[in-house]
Design a binder for this molecule. Structure first.
Ligand code: ZN
Length: 504
């Protein structure tokens, strides 16, 4: 692509028109009766929230529910087309399941799935009868989560399509308390903006999302009061960050360290460290399988921590959070590092590169050192699409979490459940598997579980700081939409980190 087109595509991506228009969401006290579709709910105790409908319509719904053996199970839908006495083209009766099991995660997922269903039907206006709906959470929290799920599902990456999806939907949710619901949703909408940024950065193709492109995207956050710093290869070398610098050596632009700091208070900062391999060929230990075509997503950890900083800045949250992102393209050229090379990290430890495809831990080692040295964080959390071994261990529904800090593990596990980004703990404790004949440590283990030896490698660079590592391999790029997640970059981690930052 010529440079001018390229810059244009990039700026489109950064300013958001790469995506379909977001849904328009209104909370009201009165239901809009003139919309294309109406959504009403019923739980498994058969108590429903559509007593407001006229007698004939209710009769029609009840008959359809009976014919479909619908008993209010969570996520089940009965659809009635063109009800005789109604202005709506369709009414959807949606099962809520057991009320005492109805939480934020279930509601967001429901909002996402119903959005996809209504989008398929090309509904332009939708009323959702939320009045009287309660569960584990109050009416305003559940309604806000429903809208959150719908809007998250609405976002797709359309930049390369001849006919981008321009369909937009207007929602009218009638709720118990308009003001409280709006306030609740406003916070969630800031988190959405962070998720959308992370998704767009992840979905963008590798030659359009290099370390420099990513750094430019981070710069955009300055308008929200975020302090952004970018370190170039020469600066990395002079600070001794040779592991980060080395990984990017085979690419034209080289590596970058990108720092984005949102200081919402004067507390000791929380550091979020992200792996940002904008394309991972594997280097000379080149990847051979089909998975190489998904390797634009190897920067999803960096995208997620940057998205989280954006969310916190937009929300003007009372947190002090700094994202430190190690960015490089792991390419093959005569300048690339070779298997057998030794790189010295800023920490001082030398690393023998037994496999150039185990590069994520190298960029993270120096990024973690930088975060500790320059920000002395209270807690350091790193996010990385780190190992295939993690996918074999826990699949792509869970992210794997590693830490010796029981409090952090339990806080993050709770946060993950609340936002449908669940975590499964795997052990640390294989530091001794990283022996090298020539250097202090090797970058891959001589046997041992791969996700854990990678985490154990990182542990060398955590120092005395409270530290938690999240391996999001397999979570970053979805081949199809599901719940509140649309196909493409998922933004996995933004909601998890935001939930944890805002509730701890
Ligand atoms: Zn790799």
């Amino acid at each position: 692509m010529p440079l001018s087109t390229r810059l244009c595509a990039l700026s489109v991506a950064l300013f958001g028109s790469a995506s379909a228009l977001a849904a328009d969401i209104q909370f009201t006290s009165k239901l809009n009766e003139k919309t294309d579709a109406l959504v009403v709910f019923q739980d498994s105790e058969q108590s429903n929230a559509f007593k407001f409908l006229d007698r004939d319509t209710r009769k029609q719904l009840n008959k359809a529910m009976e014919a479909d053996k619908f008993s209010g199970d969570y996520g089940k839908v009965v659809e009635v087309l063109a009800p005789v006495d109604s202005k709506h083209q369709r009414i959807l009766v949606v099962g809520l399941g057991e009320r005492d099991e109805l939480d934020s995660a279930k509601m967001a997922k429901l909002g996402g799935n119903l959005h996809a269903k209504l989008e398929q039907k090309e509904a332009a206006t939708v009323s959702v009868a939320f009045k009287g709906v309660n569960g584990q959470l109050s009416n305003h929290e559940l309604a806000a989560q429903y809208a959150h799920g719908a809007n998250l599902r609405d976002h797709t990456f359309e930049l390369y399509k001849k006919e981008p999806n321009t369909h937009s939907m207007t929602y009218n949710l009638s709720v118990d308390d308009q003001g409280q619901t709006q306030a609740e949703y406003t916070t969630l909408s800031h988190i959405e903006q962070g998720v959308f940024l992370a998704r767009d950065l992840t979905s963008e193709v590798p030659t359009e999302m290099t370390p420099v492109d990513f750094a430019n995207a981070a710069k955009q956050l300055e308008q929200y009061g975020v302090e952004v710093k970018i370190l170039e290869p020469e600066q990395l070398k002079s600070l001794g960050m040779n592991a980060l610098e080395g990984v990017g050596r085979g690419s034209k632009e080289g590596s970058r360290l990108v720092v984005a700091h949102y200081k919402g208070n004067n507390d000791t900062p929380i550091a979020l460290v992200g792996k940002g391999i904008t394309f991972d060929s594997g280097g000379y230990s080149i990847k051979t399988g089909k998975s190489i075509a998904r390797m634009k997503s190897d920067m999803a950890g960096a995208a997620a921590v940057l998205g989280t900083v954006k969310a916190m800045a937009l929300a003007k949250a009372d947190v002090n959070v700094v994202a430190v992102m190690g960015m490089a393209a792991n390419m093959v050229s005569e300048n690339s590092i070779a298997p057998g090379d030794v790189l010295r990290t800023a920490e001082g430890l030398s690393v023998e590169i037994l496999n150039t495809d185990a590069e994520g831990r190298l960029v993270l080692s120096d990024a973690m050192w930088y975060a500790r040295t320059y920000y002395k964080p209270e807690v350091m959390v790193d996010l990385a699409t780190l190992t295939g071994s993690k996918i074999r261990a826990v699949g792509n529904r869970y992210a794997a979490v590693f830490s010796d800090d029981e409090h952090l593990i339990s806080e993050f596990t709770v946060a993950g459940k609340a936002v449908n980004e669940p975590l499964w703990r795997l052990p640390l404790g294989y530091k001794d598997m990283l022996k090298s004949d020539i250097a202090d440590i090797a970058n891959v283990g001589s046997g041992g579980p791969g996700a854990t030896t990678a985490a154990s490698f990182l542990q060398h660079f955590a120092g005395e700081t409270r530290w938690l590592h999240i391996d999001i391999a397999g979570n970053a790029l979805a081949s199809s939409g599901k719940g509140e997640v649309s196909a493409g970059g998922t933004g996995f981690g933004v909601r998890l980190l935001s939930e944890w930052l805002l509730s701890n």
